[in-house]
Design a protein around this ligand. Structure first.
Ligand code: FAD
Length: 434
């Protein structure tokens, strides 16, 4: 099947042959050129694209293999979505150990980007909770990998951007919950310094922390926002089934991006002032807490036909406050930016993958409409700040960083190269591996 490649940011546009994998016991089909495993294409940039090559679509590997409701150990094929795991596990008192901000990603995609969530300071990354998986190489070799067995292959594949082989199935450890509800608080904060204080005060007592920031605010209000912190609710306060969350949709792509200087200013000001009290408390279902964006189907269309780019970086603790201030000043001065700008403190736990992105420090993420050179020039300036602070940019969100920056962000690159499957490649890899 020929198709125009579409990642979540709808940039860049590529052309690939898409071949669905149907049977986990079968070898990979013969192809011409290079292949790449594809999950649910929820990566923003070009890490899930393979221009001119083949995508092995794994969404069709969607079977559960085993689940023990006593221990929370789950084995499933790699194309199973996190949403499907939640549907199975939550009614039995289990939850994902780590979840990104959308539940529509596959287990294989979560492993290949070693994704993180709002509990990174407690739970580390998704890879920390993977017990084992099977890796299928294009040569037909199958490797059973775990932190103990074929451990170097395990470390290369977790965060390995789909380049070491196809994860066919995986076993993960879920975490216990006593209800599908969350005890959540939202704190209004007036500037960046207050974010760091709130983070420090919250990380011990709260499993989940994250902040929305107003990326347009300047001067004394630079970095103001809303800090959200939560724990799983101890008991079930409400036994009604939660209604299906998908209520809104962007039915089509507008001819121009709806995100511009004016709409940004209006939205951010209204959103910041929407919360009148300094602190608000709520008991809420896990879906709107973890996945607010999943309730608007195709929200990525609002950036218009040219799409958008996300920039997510992490800055080590010693440089974090100064570098994040400089990044936000640069962004707010540029007039570009997004409704969704997120700040979060990562924890100390070293990530399990050679190329994992998450590391100790503060992470900033936000979207930019694709305005060609204007956007790319801004991204270059942000990269210069991140690189000089010894930080890193997240490949799962990226469609722009240079090979030089990739080398400096990922010191494990040289060790990783030995594990790359010669039959696999991606648009991102050809751009950054140099
Ligand atoms: C709204 C939104 C919020 C997000 N929030 C977060 C967040 O909070 N934290 C975070 O870390 N990420 C976040 N992401 C990014 C997302 O979690 C990752 O990009 C994830 O890897 C996407 O999974 P996927 O199944 O769509 O994989 P794809 O995007 O299709 O592929 C991602 C990578 O995985 C590889 N891959 C896919 N399947 C396999 C397989 N079976 N075997 C080997 N390699 C494979 C691909 O080759 C590619 O390199 C978010 C994305 C969106 C759209």
């Amino acid at each position: 099947m020929k198709g125009a490649g579409r990642s979540w940011g709808r940039y860049p546009r590529t052309r690939e042959n898409v071949i669905p994998l149907i049977d986990r016991h079968r070898d990979l089909p013969e192809i011409e050129g290079l292949g790449l495993p594809l999950g649910n294409a929820r990566s923003y940039g070009d890490s899930c694209l393979n221009d001119g090559g083949t995508l092995f679509s794994t969404r069709t590997l969607d079977r559960f293999i085993a689940f023990d409701p006593l221990t929370g150990v789950l084995t499933c094929e790699a194309g199973v979505l996190l949403s499907e795991i939640l549907d199975l596990a939550v009614p039995q008192g289990w939850f994902l150990p780590v979840t990104p901000g959308t539940r529509f990603v596959t287990v294989g995609g979560a492993i290949a980007n070693d994704v993180h969530g709002k509990n990174h300071h407690r739970a580390g990354t998704f890879g920390h909770h993977v017990i084992a998986f099977e890796l299928l190489r294009t040569s037909g070799t199958r490797l059973h990998c775990s932190p103990e067995k074929n451990s170097e292959w395990f470390r290369a594949t977790v965060g390995g951007l789909g380049l070491t082989g196809i994860v066919v199935w995986a076993t993960i450890q879920l975490r216990r919950i006593r209800s599908p509800w969350m005890s959540a608080e939202s704190h209004k904060f007036g500037n960046l310094g207050e974010f760091f204080t709130l983070s420090k005060d919250s990380d011990q007592a709260y499993e989940y922390t994250v902040a929305w920031i107003d990326c347009v605010a300047r001067g004394a209000s630079l970095g103001r926002g809303l800090f959200s912190r939560a724990n799983h609710a101890p008991a079930c306060p409400d036994t009604r089934p939660y209604p299906s969350q998908r209520s809104l949709a962007m039915p089509l792509t507008p001819p121009l991006s709806l995100v511009n200087r004016l709409s940004l200013k209006v939205f951010n000001t209204l959103y910041y002032h929407r919360q009148r009290r300094q602190v608000s408390h709520a008991t809420m279902h896990y879906q709107p807490f973890f996945y607010p964006l999943d309730s608007i189907t195709h929200w990525n269309r609002m950036y218009g036909p040219k799409g958008f780019l996300q920039y997510q970086c992490v800055i080590p603790p010693e440089a974090a406050e100064d570098a994040i201030r400089e990044l936000i000043e640069t962004i707010s001065g540029s007039g570009l930016g997004s409704f969704l700008a997120v700040l979060k403190q990562f924890g100390e736990r070293p990530s399990p993958g050679m190329l994992s992105f998450a590391r100790p420090g503060t992470t900033l993420a936000l979207d930019f409409p694709n305005q060609g050179t204007t956007t790319f020039t801004l991204l270059d300036r942000l990269d210069a700040i991140t690189a000089s602070a010894h930080g890193a940019v997240y490949p799962a969100k990226d469609a722009h960083m240079s090979a030089a920056h990739f080398h400096c962000y990922f010191p494990g690159l040289d060790s990783f190269r030995a594990f790359v499957d010669p039959g696999l490649s991606s648009s991102l890899w050809r751009r950054v591996a140099g």
